[in-house]
Write a new protein. Structure first.
Length: 483
């Protein structure tokens, strides 16, 4: 018997000799190819049909006459049905193109792409990318449940193999994107053992966006949903500012100015009505100074910047003292407006200023504002180029983060979180010719959203400072996106 061990040697139990009369010779079984079996069945079927007129002449003749009469009498019916269906479809497409595209065009596209793109390449892509599981010398693959198409992307719903997790797919999004010929891939968890793979078909953010029109009145300003630009799926990008703090990171020319000025433009009627006050810090003296008449306070050198920040902290603490035990949520009013502290190139205050005391006081004021200001109507909108901890160690006090184009892949996780790149936020790969393009991660959401901010030109800022609320749309040009 096999399996016993004795000092590392395998034991083999001797067997009794087999009698000669018990030996039987058998012919080896040769497996017949399936094509020959199918051919044999087809031959029998043809032979049976060919013999029918001989075996059953009356029945075959009667059936042929009946079928011929039905065909002669009813050939008009299918033609009429097809004509009516075609006319109805054309009318539907003409009068309701949106519903026709949703119910017909996109469903047909989903069927074609499911068969020709995903099911056709599913096994080789998953095996090569390491997403096929093996157990007892058998291979197990996640299988496609359904493919749907939106205006801009394919959504592939996948049933996972038991024992696997969505993280395995999140770590291989570049492999999946290249394997299926898509510019990117994002993973969403849809339920136990179910995920959705989202493959964009084209880039809806490739074209620059002109400045969005400002709201007509202060009542039209929604501080929890300021219109900023466009999301990757075609929806409007709206940014929350009241009740949060926002950190914007990006290299020079990535579009930080577009984010800041789009936020200011979206609040313009409320600023004029006294419901919103903007405290502007502009160490470069180039970005915010152009519209300084819109701001409640403006500072551009170390001493004045620190004084501005400490005054904002004093007002925040005075308001908190008045609210204590009486008010739990801030509502903007003329007496207690919503205060937005805009910090451009915040690294100058936290790391680069030569005066250590200035750096210490500025960092202390920013920490107080970001840790205590949300509930009493103070928000900080800070922009910087270098997101490293030694440059900006207050990153975790900003609930909402925006990553524009960055220098290194590691900086993406510094800004958006440790798993941002695994979820498709490749901010370090953003095209330099697409300023304002960014990935946004808001509080409470694990999935980064790709967006593009509208470009507010110098002409738009001139109209804003001159009192023209709408502003003339600025045409994209040199220097688009700001700093």
């Amino acid at each position: 018997m096999l399996g016993g061990k004795n000092n590392g040697a395998t034991q083999v139990q001797p067997t009794a000799p087999v009698p000669a009369h018990a030996i039987r010779f058998t012919t080896p079984v040769v497996e017949t190819p399936a094509v020959f079996i199918l051919g044999r069945w087809l031959w029998h079927l043809l032979a049976f049909v060919a013999c029918l007129p001989v075996r059953f002449p009356v029945a075959v003749t009667g059936a042929a006459l009946l079928a011929g009469s039905w065909w002669a009498l009813d050939w008009v019916g299918p033609a009429v049905v097809c004509t009516l269906a075609t006319i109805t479809g054309l009318a539907w497409r003409h009068w309701h193109p949106a519903t026709f595209r949703r119910w017909v065009t996109l469903r047909a596209l989903a069927l074609v792409r499911e068969i020709w793109v995903y099911r056709r390449h599913w096994q080789p892509v998953l095996v090569v990318s390491g997403l096929a599981e093996s157990y007892l010398e058998r291979q197990y693959l996640p299988h496609i449940k359904r493919v749907t198409c939106t205006e801009w992307a394919d959504r592939v719903r996948v049933k996972l193999v038991a024992g696997t997790a969505p993280a395995a797919f999140e770590e291989r999004t570049p492999h999946l994107a290249h394997g299926f010929g898509a510019p990117a891939c994002r993973v969403e968890t849809a339920g136990p053992l179910e995920i959705v793979l989202e493959f964009p078909r084209h880039d809806m953010l490739a074209d620059p966006l002109d400045a969005l029109p400002a709201p007509a009145t202060a009542d039209g300003v929604d501080l929890a949903a300021l219109p900023m630009g466009l999301c990757e799926d075609g929806r409007a990008w709206r940014m929350r500012l009241h009740g949060t703090h926002v950190l914007v990171a990006g290299v020079t020319g990535s579009g930080k100015g577009s984010v800041i000025w789009s936020a200011v433009r979206a609040m313009l009627p409320a600023i004029r009505a006294g419901l919103v006050r903007v405290w502007a810090v502009d160490p470069k003296r180039m970005e915010l100074s152009y519209g300084r008449s819109l701001f409640h306070r403006y500072a551009d050198d170390g001493e004045s910047v620190v004084a501005l920040l400490e005054d904002a902290v004093a007002e925040m603490q005075e308001r908190a003292e008045r609210y204590a035990g009486r008010v739990r949520a801030h509502t903007p009013s003329v007496d207690d407006p919503f205060d937005v502290v805009v910090l451009d190139e915040v690294a100058f205050l936290t790391a680069y200023h030569p005066d250590r005391d200035i750096r210490r006081r500025a960092e202390s004021a920013m920490a107080t504002l970001t840790s205590q200001g949300r509930s009493v109507g103070f928000a900080v909108l800070a922009a910087l180029q270098d997101p490293r901890k030694e440059v900006m160690n207050l990153r975790n006090l900003f609930p909402d983060k925006i990553a524009l184009r960055l220098d290194e892949a590691s900086q993406v996780d510094m800004v958006l979180g440790s798993d941002a790149r695994d979820r498709g936020a490749d901010a370090h790969l953003i095209d330099p010719d697409a300023p304002g393009t960014a990935f946004v991660r808001v509080e409470g959401s694990k999935v980064p959203t790709r967006v593009r901010a509208a470009y507010v030109s110098d002409a738009d800022i001139d109209h804003m400072t001159a009192g023209d609320g709408s502003g003339a749309p600025g045409a994209p040009g040199a220097g688009e996106g700001g700093a």
